[in-house]
Design a protein around this ligand. Structure first.
Ligand code: URA
Length: 305
């Protein structure tokens, strides 16, 4: 006779399945049936839709998105998106935006933010990046937005997702020690990530997710207006500095970064998570920290109002 699985075994198997699939944090107390949610959404759309043939090119029963609201100064969207009003944010629960449209929306939304606080609020309401729906919360920035030094990583991990601040886990602790070695603490640095939501299971963000988030981090850098930008790790350097080289080749070389209003020196260095795995790299990282220290000393400080 086949052994029967106890509830405990079933639960253990389910947990193991979720862990293998990269699920390592619970987002809510109760499970959510997304299939039922989208079926209800489709039914509601059908109920609202006027009788008559579907528009040319529309799949039968295809859900339509709520109109995207946008700032009055932004150029018009393709006509198919419908009328717009209010801030540049899609309604939550609507079907996901195609990545290219989401990237256009991100550009317009980011450009419309006059301050870092406004940018954070826009991101809180931005529905164009699917990572938002699997992350616990937005991880916008930590440190001092008026600091002369800005550091940008790739994307938050589990600890950052829980706390809502970048670089607070093991690699963050190492980053703090690296900065402390050149006399810098979080009051003298501003820290953010290219992607402000944790990818599930800490996977690498997809190129589409990165492209959607890119206008926001660019605007964040422009608004923070640091004197020096440091890219932590290859993905951050490749995304922000537009280089193809891996981090071993790219690190330690000063490059120019155009903030949109001025050109500032930028340096790529090893990501602290890499240094935790590869302590040999710390010698090179130390050189990079010294280069940052000396550049901060020689570079005239820009008045940051
Ligand atoms: N790694 C990153 O790139 N960013 C964080 O905030 C944490 C770990």
């Amino acid at each position: 006779m086949l052994p029967t699985l106890s509830d405990r075994d079933v639960l253990a198997e389910l947990l193991a399945f979720h862990l293998e699939a990269g699920v390592d944090v619970a987002l809510g107390e109760a499970p959510v049936d997304r299939f039922e949610e989208s079926a209800n959404e489709r039914a509601a759309i059908r109920a609202r839709a006027p009788a008559g043939p579907p528009p040319a090119g529309a799949a039968p029963g295809a859900p339509s998105r709520a109109p995207i609201a946008r700032p009055s100064t932004s150029p018009a969207l393709p006509a198919a998106r419908g009328p717009v009003a209010g801030p540049a944010i899609a309604s939550p629960g609507a079907a996901p935006l195609p990545p290219d449209i989401a990237a256009v929306e991100a550009r317009e939304a980011a450009a419309s933010a006059p301050t870092l606080e406004a940018l954070r609020e826009l991101l809180e309401r931005f529905e164009g990046c699917p990572l938002k729906h699997t992350a616990t919360r937005l991880v916008f920035a930590d440190g001092n937005p008026k600091a002369r030094l800005m550091l940008v990583g790739e994307a938050p991990g589990r600890d950052e997702d829980i706390e809502g601040k970048p670089f607070v886990g093991r690699s963050g602790k190492l980053l703090d020690r690296m900065l402390a070695a050149i006399g810098i603490n979080r009051e003298a640095a501003y820290i953010a990530n290219v992607v402000p939501w944790r990818p599930p299971g800490n996977r690498t963000p997809t190129p589409q997710e990165t492209a959607i988030c890119l206008p926001f981090i660019r605007r964040q850098i422009e608004l923070a207006d640091p004197d020096i930008l440091v890219c932590l790790g290859g993905p951050s350097a490749q995304t922000l500095l537009g280089i193809k080289d891996g981090i071993t080749k790219a690190r330690g070389r000063w490059m120019d970064y155009d903030t949109g209003t001025r050109t500032i020196p930028a340096l790529a260095t090893f990501h602290p998570a890499y240094l935790l795995r590869t302590p040999l790299g710390k010698r090179m990282a130390w050189r990079d920290m010294l280069a940052i220290e000396s550049r901060l000393k020689t570079l005239p400080a820009t008045p940051n109002v």
